[in-house]
Design a protein around this ligand. Structure first.
Ligand SMILES: O=C(O)C[C@H](O)C(=O)O
Ligand code: SF4
Length: 515
């Protein structure tokens, strides 16, 4: 095999997967957008999402900043050297990371050190199978951390909030799947896709669930029972009203694929792999002699090009019913107290990134900068250095805020921080601190990494680089960075409201459907 050529083909697959959503996913997103009424928060968010998809494609830059754990599934003809394939993939991954098409995302679990090149123990994941065909089939998924954290595994029988007992039968499985969508709320960047694995053990069940994410969004399940269940879930999960980013709305789920395998008598697992709207999975077939790509997979039909219409929608929303408030740090307590859930905020000037490592650090250490009146952005960007050695931001969407729940309130009070931006919302501890201290939580659109990168006009500095690129404290200068107030200083939380109302809606699915 021509290994150099194969490596080049893998590089193309990686870049394409990271920057260009496949056609089947684009169709699902378009359908969701059409289902929302103009001017609603859901429509506005979907406008930002489709705008972002278009920008990533045009800029050949990551759709979302989170590379996830790159996972390859490969089928090779008998006799193909799999060791050489692995090496070529490692090289291609390293090259794509150097070119800022991927974020350095592989972290030593004990020391916290980022390897810097996306290589390391267990990274990337490469799974091989042999087959009798005469070509190589390589599929790649870049599934981010926020949606990965919303995967869930049920052991039947069990009791489920809202739904009651789920037994060891098709109806119990139905309840688990509905519950999995409810529990994800907006935190995995809904609207999402789910892969479900019925049976197996704890690890093979999850593998089966993830395997379903490699099915085309539009395929039809050959198993009649599962086909019915998939249709049922698509229809009814979308009645939960969680909507895009958990803001409420018509579309919560974009796809549901279910697979089944045998189990052992004592175990009955239902495993659900949740994938955000930024469903980055592609595939190619490759000639085993030349290493050339023969065909791209998931690319049947017309490619939907999204119009750059997000600005129009923002303007329409602001004229009709939404209040848009301009903020620039340092922000006063009075300014914060004026904000209410639902207001749209436009930020100009300075903000600092801070996520997991920094929140933990700030509990016990001083901040490297004065954070009084400042804005913290939960974000781990993709960064590149230009020829003069200046940092530029290549992708910079929000990360899931709930991980900072144990720290956020204390840190805001300790340093006088007035606003935090993230996605998915935060919990009661933070809500109480916002009220006491005078703070606000702003929800940005998860995955819209190009859209926000475009708002960042300059990188003014960086601290705490020992935590690696995604976890360092970047000093960003932004213009027109827009986000929605979803938790205010008066005790209101849109996230708590949507959680409550979707739990009530979930309860309407309590009665048996599949007997
Ligand atoms: O690590 C990230 O940048 C974000 C992550 O994908 C998330 O959804 O929280
Ligand atoms: S930030 Fe959202 S869109 Fe990006 S990987 Fe995480 S869950 Fe997916």
């Amino acid at each position: 095999m021509n290994v150099e050529k194969f490596q080049e083909s893998m590089y193309q697959l990686i870049v394409e997967t990271s920057t260009n959503l496949p056609k089947d996913v684009r169709r699902a997103v378009k359908k969701a957008k059409e289902s929302e009424s103009a001017g609603t928060r859901a429509a506005l968010s979907l406008g930002t999402i489709t705008n972002n998809i278009q920008m990533a494609d045009e800029n050949i830059s990551p759709i979302c900043q989170d590379t996830g754990l790159p996972t390859f599934k490969i089928k090779t003809p008998v006799g193909v050297n799999q060791i050489k394939i692995k090496e070529a993939i490692y090289n291609a991954i390293e090259q794509a990371t150097n070119d800022a098409k991927l974020r350095p995302n592989s972290v030593d679990s004990l020391t916290g050190k980022n390897s810097g090149n996306n290589l390391g123990g267990g990274t990337p994941v490469i799974k091989f199978d042999q087959w009798e065909k005469d070509y190589i089939d390589v599929r790649l998924i870049l599934k981010g951390g926020g949606c990965e954290n919303k995967n869930i595994q049920y052991s039947l029988p069990c009791e489920l909030e809202g739904l009651g007992r789920a037994g060891r039968d098709l109806d119990g499985i139905r309840k688990c799947i509905l519950h999995s969508v409810y529990q994800a709320q907006g935190q995995g960047c809904s609207a999402g896709f789910i892969g479900v694995g019925i049976g197996g053990d704890r690890s093979s069940g999850y593998d089966l669930a993830k395997e379903q994410l490699f099915r085309s969004v539009e395929d039809v399940n050959p198993n009649e029972d599962l086909r019915k269940l998939e249709d049922y879930i698509m229809e009814n999960a979308n009645k939960l009203g969680i909507g895009t980013m958990g803001f409420g709305g018509e579309t919560t789920l974009l796809g549901c694929k279910i697979g089944v395998m045998n189990r052992i008598p004592a175990s009955f697992f239902v495993s659900v792999a949740y994938n955000c709207w930024a469903f980055r999975r592609l595939g190619v077939t490759v000639d085993p002699e030349t290493g050339d790509i023969q065909e791209w997979l998931y690319q049947d039909g017309e490619k939907i090009e999204f119009q750059n219409d997000a600005e129009k929608e923002t303007a329409a929303a602001s004229e009709e019913q939404t209040k848009v408030v301009s903020l620039k740090a340092p922000i006063t307590e009075e300014q914060i107290r004026e904000l209410k859930v639902g207001d749209v905020v436009r930020i100009d000037g300075r903000m600092y990134t801070g996520r997991d490592a920094i929140h933990k650090y700030l509990m016990d250490n001083d901040a490297p900068v004065d954070l009084n009146g400042q804005v913290i952005y939960h974000c781990g960007p993709v960064m590149a250095k230009d020829e003069e050695g200046n940092w530029t931001v290549k992708a910079a969407g929000p990360t899931t805020s709930i991980r900072e729940e144990p720290y956020q309130g204390d840190i805001m009070k300790k340093f006088g921080i007035r606003a935090v931006i993230g996605k998915g919302g935060m919990g009661p501890k933070t809500l109480a601190a916002l009220k006491e201290h005078g703070g606000v939580y702003l929800n940005a659109i998860g995955g819209a990494a190009q859209y926000y990168a475009d708002c960042i006009k300059k990188v003014d500095g960086v601290d705490l680089t020992q935590f690696g690129i995604p976890e360092a404290m970047w000093h960003l200068n932004v213009e027109g960075f827009t986000a929605v107030v979803t938790m205010d200083s008066h005790g209101n939380s849109l996230h708590a409201d949507v959680d409550k109302s979707s739990l009530e809606k979930l309860a309407q699915f309590k009665e048996p459907v599949f007997k």
